[in-house]
Write a protein that binds this ligand. Sequence first.
Ligand code: 3AT
Ligand code: MN
Ligand code: MN
Length: 548
Amino acid sequence: SKTSKYPGVTAPMSLAMPTPAEEAMSASLVQLLQERDQYETEEEAQKREVVLTKLDAIFKEFVRHISQKRSLPDSIDAGGKIFTFGSYRLGVHGKASDIDTLCVAPKHVQRDDFFTDMVDMLKERKEVTDLSAVTDAYVPVIKFCFSGIEIDLLCARLALPTVPDDLELADDNLLKNLDDRCVRSLNGSRVTDEILRLVPNVDSFRTALRCIKLWAKQRAIYSNAMGFFGGVAWAIAVARICQLYPHASPGIIVNKFFYLMMIWNWPNPVILKQIEEGPLPNLKVWNPRANQSDKAHRMPIITPAYPSMCSTHNVTQSTFSITMEEFKRGYEISDKIIGKTKTWADLMEKHDFFQRYKYYLQIITSCATQGTHLLWSGFVESRLRQLVMKLEMLEFVAIAHPYIKSIQKITPCQSQSEAIAVAEGKTLPANDPATANSTVPTIPVPSAPTSTSNEENADPSAAPPLTVYTTTFYIGLQIAPKDPNSNVARKVDISRPTNEFVALVKSWDKFEVQSMGIVVSHIKSSQLPSELAGERDLAKSKKRPRAA
Ligand code: 3AT
Ligand code: MN
Ligand code: MN
């Protein structure tokens, strides 16, 4: 409220200062985060700054170049400014994090210029490798590595003649008369800036958020695409707890976080400030009273910058209950950390996804070329939630639990039938990677393998070796407990949702029946492939060995 010196839509719940015991508990949290390699070194931090300084210079040079091309007078300095967002901007990035960077250009620079001339300028630099421009995405991006650091580069063109170095992005009027893609590109930066502005103690926020991010990854509940919270949602939820306990130490914020998320009256939204209707009627602001789709959100975490959106749009019935279970576990363990009967390492114990269920769905996408496979598996991943929701609707399915990671494999095959076996998830006997052929295979993987026993390669030497690219997704199935008054065994028929899902992904306008494969299998836990052993063993051993 305006009268309070504390940010947030309500007054804080407690203004208590940390006790020595709470300070000690938080110090041991920082120690654990250090042991788990969650911080970069001073040297690495400086390297990132050097990279950003260079990117800023390249972008300004690009704006000058376009100004000249458009015959603007040399006396006008059109400027150009870069902003960061994502984990780097929040100050919670790790050694492997990218730098999410936004380039803000004046109005005479077209979006197309950025994706042609700026791309050319970047390609000329010796520091730049692995560059790819994704122009047709919802948020177009140039991806590359600069001196070995991953960069996601976005572009926004403002309706201003110049972009000076002191320009800020907070003013909602900046969004007037902009291309939708520019509005979306500005959004990430505007949201992170608002989060930092609305948090009373940024240092405590950062430590608490680092803890929650590591915990969520260990528990396999960190993935916006799979229907869990993503980076932005975790940040906003932790920021709200910081508002409620403005002086609390990070360890206590983590404990309060688990407690409040566990008892939260969902679907009441988590907000950091009142949701504002802005100056642009065509930009939709989250409003469950006005929009049917917003009303369906189960645990809304709302972004603080106009136009406010729900960062947890993807949460399903299953991911809701899995996340709530984890909040409860987190609360119980963090209470014991306060009581000194458990440690932060206990909180960070790895998930048991591959021991947890009796039955799993295994979804394998396959292709004979890497580029096509990347597109195809990416598309299937983006639709996997549809399968989860169809499974949730089955009578005896209590939970359909998507695993947040997919398993990528490249398998050299000697024959078409081997390729089919790989696409079906079978392990080839005595597969020798040394025989892998480096040429691009031309024989496609059939999309609908029928029988592996038909031997179409009578002469194996006639068939060129081919490489099969596969991505495997897993969904754990929890079947509702048997009715004690009935002897009828629970039988779950997954064929309908599975067939519907396969039909859905095959109706994609870029689907190619001759080159893109998908096989969905219902397997028992004992049939899980041994390649998941790493994931499983880690869950069993309490000590997680880490490379130095
Ligand atoms: P890392 O430390 O980089 O792993 P992060 O929170 O920075 O964590 P990302 O770099 O993946 O995560 O994302 C940064 C922001 O970019 C978050 C969101 O505002 C935006 N973003 C990420 N993925 C997408 C996407 N597929 N579409 C639109 N915006 C995205
Ligand atoms: Mn990032
Ligand atoms: Mn990124």
